[in-house]
Design a protein around this ligand. Structure first.
Ligand SMILES: [Zn+2]
Length: 329
């Protein structure tokens, strides 16, 4: 454990930050540009605890200073639990955690009255140290790690995942959900699970347990690989207001035959289940493997055969002849 003392420097912008820090920080201690405003913030005087994967920043004579060894463990444990949940072997970047004493101090430092905040592009996480800081630290670390490994997701998914990470295998989330149902404060999932939902639009107490529970359901039912696809691509495969829906509208307007391949493939994947479906993709998100291409081709044949009077019947190959026409959903 390496502890470095950093003087609060408020002249950033007047003089070069690098030159100022050279006086206070050992030469080998590099501070990224985007983190300098926090270190240089007026009224804050940071100590840095460098451990593997983390730099934990705290101030002298604070709860964080007294509990720093425990907070190290909390951070490391949260990190490995999150990686395990995501099915990822490693996370390279060093995460900079800033522990503050209160919501007021948080507001001074980052401008928001919150108990936790993550800024994944800066690898910075902010956390009020309180009895529950284990939970909020893990929540914010989930944003940091998932967003950097998988890319940014729609907000409902980001928050659902962070809450699932925290409440996984605990009954707290379930009890909160149950209480909301009993008091009829349940928000319809449709309202939460859409691209427009923002975490500021409802109180976290209302929305987060429900979203966490929904992610738990997806995770347990479909597995992490499918969850990653939703993370990347948005909510639903059969998205009628994207290009697949437009194709159908054009076909209808022009009186042209329409093959609903999106629907057929989705049904086929559901029949196969998540594990077998996984084998049909060559990459995590979009492109099929040769086996997946065969499944898609047989969907095309099935759809063609379902057209009125089966107009292409004379042209099918021997292999295609065995494919039954697609039925109604
Ligand atoms: Zn969050």
């Amino acid at each position: 454990m390496l502890t470095t003392f950093i003087r609060a420097v408020s002249l950033l912008g007047v003089a070069s930050g690098a030159a100022l820090f050279a006086q206070a920080v050992p030469a080998e201690h590099f501070i990224a540009d985007e983190l300098r405003p926090y270190y240089a913030h007026t009224g804050f005087s940071w100590k840095i605890d460098s451990i593997s994967h983390f730099e934990l920043n705290y101030e002298s004579d604070t709860e964080a200073a007294r509990r720093i060894t425990q907070l190290e463990e909390v951070a490391l444990r949260a990190r490995s639990s999150i990686l395990k949940m995501l099915g990822e072997p490693d996370y390279q970047p060093t995460v900079h955690v800033f522990f503050v004493e209160s919501v007021e101090r948080m507001k001074q430092l980052i401008g928001s009255e919150v108990i936790g905040r993550s800024r994944p592009t800066q690898h910075a996480v902010f956390c009020v140290v309180a009895p529950f800081s284990e939970l909020s630290l893990k929540h914010e670390l989930t944003h940091e790690i998932a967003t950097n490994l998988w890319g940014p997701a729609e907000q409902w998914m980001e928050e659902g995942m962070a809450n699932f990470a925290v409440d996984n295998k605990s009954s707290l989330m379930k009890r909160q959900c149950l209480a909301m149902m009993q008091s009829r404060q349940w928000t319809p999932l449709k309202k939460l699970v859409n691209a427009e939902w923002e975490s500021s639009s409802l109180s976290p107490d209302e929305a987060y347990p429900e979203l966490g529970g929904f992610i738990e359901y997806l995770y347990e039912t479909y597995g992490v690989a499918r969850l990653q696809k939703i993370w990347k691509d948005g909510r639903i495969l059969r998205e009628k207001d994207s290009y697949a829906g437009w194709a159908e509208q054009v076909a209808e307007a022009e009186g042209a035959p329409f093959l609903d391949l999106n629907e057929l493939a989705a049904r086929r994947y559901e029949e196969l289940g998540p594990q077998k479906t996984e084998a049909l993709f060559g990459d995590p998100h979009t492109h099929t493997s040769p086996a997946g291409a065969e499944v898609n081709a047989s969907c095309v044949v099935a759809a063609l055969k379902a057209l009125k009077d089966d107009p292409l019947a004379p042209y099918f190959s021997e292999k295609a002849r065995d494919v039954p026409p697609a039925g109604d959903p």
